[in-house]
Write a protein that binds this ligand. Structure first.
Ligand code: ATP
Length: 756
């Protein structure tokens, strides 16, 4: 099997790192670099710099330059064994002509970029380094100038950009201006590595920046530059809170450059959305950008129809009083937490509902009836499970049982085939969907309880998201709460399609390395690893494998106790809410005070996180703690060895594990982490197959003490799961593409004429 990008994963200690930012002196060249730092000629035209970029042959040691000799994840070996099994021409998923063209353009440029060898990657890096040198030259000119003249310069850049000058030419001055504005308005001067990250983003990369390296500040660079052409620059993040927090935090920087910022929040009305999109830079969530796109499209179609209808019947004409779209096109989008949005959320459909279903009562009643009886069916006797597809199918006896069960009137009028389907779904839900693992029940806005999905990847509640194919309603029936009415679909877009519509796309993340191949294949955005500002000092302790979950948790609690006694803070990450509660109980038994952070107590998140780095603190958390949270350490804790992170189980994707690990050793802090595993872990079921997983579980039951010789098997299983998910996503993408192609051929709109 070819090595997958995950094999690059354990690089914390091996990555060459720059020392602290060295201001302009650090950028003046490095005798070891190739003298020819001209553009590599492989970039899209707009971003190519003229070939005059020879770095001055100055012998000042250049830590940034050394760090930039890092491998470009561009050149990462793709998951060859996976793509080989895919349908021949997968990636073109753009869904109308213009989007097709945009994607093709990006693809064309990216195809060449992908051919970059390690040498090509080095050339790219030297070109960026040369740009950094030019930025630094501008910086020394800007520093003595007053605020008003900074703004004047910014305005001049805007005129030049609007007049058609290439943004790549304007980049050095624009980036120097943003850096100077950051220094003055926020007391944060972009580090050299952040400038490099910013250049890579402008050139359409996914920049992998370690947690705590300052993605928020880095984002201002490409957003400001792209905003200059006057078509809007969007920053898409994962939730309203982060969109608002980041926009407000960076606002003084933009203000100093005469750039206004808009923020989209879920409750906003059309008027305020329109205003926010009219701003030069707009912060919002991927979800809201998607819904606004759909609403605008529905509106435009309605207005077009009005126009033709009114022409047809000769009455009136198109009235200008109607609504206007809120967006003003899609030009550049920078996706924060790119792995989460572009990979995990990629297939999530955003759906705007249409008409009420008039057979609603009958449907609701049938869900309830099926749920009431679900537990009465026995595996093998009444139903079979296909291990591959996870389909539940009633046997002849099972169907007979369905027919013979008593039914209320409304259910009796339902077709038999439907009754079988409702029953199969109810059994599946009873067997596989567990309260406080995949979902929670909590009071909703309407005063009734609701099901909220717990996102496996983020550990957070996935607000507003619903399972498809009736699963969500079947769970509501199982929990005996109000069943949400299926509404049909008026318009639908997937997160992936949304971002493929932007002609300029880039992303930032702490953990993209393991999805580099997928990012490149789907979005044509090469992944680049940006070096850290200070060398990381995080230590990986050897994996520990145990026979079963209980033995593992006991060992974990012992480790917590040992480290807790030294005063170092400990963070324990679990895969689900119920497991976080088991760990919590075990800690209570040995009287270790601790906090539990999971989707059930989000409201205390900020408070818990802000204290998590304190002396003797122990925090148990689902992978909610994996992102957007800055755990600060005092000098005292730093001297003790920093924070210790315990990972209690492997997640389906290695990058989720990396996020948790990233909570320690931030920005060059001290820290350590250890992975615990047990032979009954969930990852083995999917990774090894049910039979083999069962055998391992039995082996585990007879095991005493640790069995660390199995550690490799877990990583292998994880890679298999990752490949399986990747393959599933690619196959789905292919089917979607085919569907859209067919719809276009018969004159339908693939976003509005959606099958339910
Ligand atoms: N150039 C800079 N100068 C001074 N402080 C900085 C600079 N860049 C970032 N910081 C500080 O680093 C911290 C982390 O920044 P930020 O939250 O943007 O990191 P991040 O990369 O988004 O982390 P995460 O992955 O956890 O979300 C912040 O407290 C910020 O003030």
């Amino acid at each position: 099997m070819s090595s997958s990008p995950t094999s690059r994963d354990a690089t914390d200690e091996t990555v060459p790192d720059p020392t602290a930012d060295n201001a302009s002196a650090s950028t003046t060249g490095d005798a070891k670099r190739p003298a020819d730092a001209a553009g590599d000629g492989n970039q899209a035209a707009e971003t190519t710099q003229p070939g005059d970029a020879k770095p001055p042959a100055d012998a000042v040691p250049d830590p940034v330059a050394d760090a930039l000799a890092l491998p470009d994840l561009d050149a990462t070996e793709p998951l060859a064994d996976v793509s080989a099994e895919l349908p021949a021409e997968l990636p073109a998923v753009a869904t109308d002509e213009s989007a097709d063209n945009q994607a093709n353009k990006r693809r064309g440029a990216a195809k060449q970029t992908n051919r970059l060898t390690a040498k090509g990657a080095r050339l790219k890096m030297s070109r960026w380094r040369a740009q950094l040198a030019r930025i630094n030259e501008f910086e020394s000119v800007l520093q003595p100038e007053d605020d008003a003249s900074l703004r004047k310069r910014s305005l001049a850049l805007r005129y030049r950009a609007m007049a058609g000058e290439k943004l790549g030419i304007l980049l050095p001055e624009a980036y120097a201006l943003a850096r100077e504005a950051g220094r003055r308005a926020l007391s944060m001067r972009h580090y050299d590595v952040q400038m490099i990250g910013g250049i890579s983003l402008f050139e359409g990369h996914i920049a992998e920046m370690q947690t705590g390296e300052g993605k928020t500040l880095t984002a201002t660079l490409p957003l400001y530059l792209h905003s200059l052409v006057g078509k809007g620059a969007h920053l898409a993040t994962v939730n309203d809170y982060l969109a608002k927090r980041d926009a407000e935090w960076m606002q003084p920087l933009y203000a100093m450059l005469g750039v206004n910022v808009g923020i989209i929040q879920t409750p906003d009305d059309q008027g305020s959305r329109r205003k926010s999109y009219a701003a030069a830079v707009t912060y919002g969530t991927a979800k809201e950008f998607g819904f606004d796109f759909l609403r605008d499209r529905l509106l435009l179609r309605a207005q077009n129809r009005m126009q033709t209808e009114s022409l047809g019947d000769g009455a009136g004409g198109f009235s200008g009083s109607g609504d206007q779209p809120v967006m003003r096109g899609m030009h550049f989008c920078l996706v924060d937490e790119a792995d989460s949005i572009l990979i995990d959320e990629a297939r999530t459909p955003l759906i705007i509902g249409s008409i009420e279903d008039n057979v609603r009562d009958q449907i609701v009643e049938t869900y309830r009836w099926a749920a009431q009886h679900a537990e009465e069916y026995e595996e093998d006797e009444h139903y079979d499970i296909d291990n591959e597809t996870k389909q539940y199918e009633l046997t002849a006896r099972g169907r007979q049982k369905v027919r013979s069960l008593p039914k209320p009137d409304l259910v009796r009028t339902m077709g038999l085939v439907d009754l079988y389907e409702y029953t199969e779904r109810a059994i599946k839900v009873a067997q596989e969907f567990l309260l406080n693992r995949q979902y929670v029940v909590r009071p909703g806005d309407q005063g009734t309880d609701e099901i909220v999905i717990v996102d496996e990847f983020t550990g957070r509640l996935a607000e507003g998201r619903k399972w498809r194919d009736g699963i969500h309603q079947a769970i509501e029936a199982k929990e005996n709460i109000e069943i949400s009415v299926p509404t049909g679909q008026a318009a639908r877009i997937t997160v992936q399609d949304l971002f493929l519509r932007y002609p300029h796309l880039a992303g930032m993340t702490g953990t993209a390395a393991t999805s580099a191949a997928e990012m490149k294949k789907i979005y044509r955005t090469p992944v680049i690893r940006v070096p850290t500002n200070r060398p990381p000092q995080r230590k990986q302790l050897p994996d520990q494998v145990f026979g079963d979950m209980l033995a593992k948790f006991k060992a974990i609690v012992d480790e917590v106790k040992r480290i807790h006694e030294t005063g170092r803070p400990v963070l324990i990450g679990t895969r689900s809410i119920d497991k976080s509660e088991i760990v919590s109980r075990l800690l209570n038994e040995i009287n270790i005070p601790h906090e539990v952070l999971n989707a059930n107590n989000v409201e205390r998140e900020a408070e818990i996180v802000s204290a998590a780095g304190g002396r003797g603190k122990v925090t148990v958390a689902t992978n909610m703690a994996g992102r957007g949270t800055d755990i600060k350490l005092s000098d005292e804790i730093e001297a003790l060895g920093g924070m210790h992170v315990i990972c209690t189980e492997l997640h389906d994707a290695a990058r989720i594990d990396r996020q948790l690990i990233g909570r320690c050793g931030r920005q060059g802090d001290q820290g350590s982490y250890r992975q615990y595993l047990s032979l009954d872990d969930d990852i083995l079921k999917v990774g090894l197959g049910v039979e083999k997983a069962k055998r391992m579980k039995t082996k585990g039951e007879n095991l005493r003490g640790a069995a660390n010789q199995y550690a490799k098997m877990f990583r292998k299983a994880q890679r298999k799961v990752e490949r399986k998910h990747f393959r599933d996503r690619m196959v789905l993408m292919h089917h979607e593409k085919e569907r859209k192609k067919m719809q276009r051929e018969i004159g339908q709109d693939p976003y509005l004429d959606t099958p339910d």
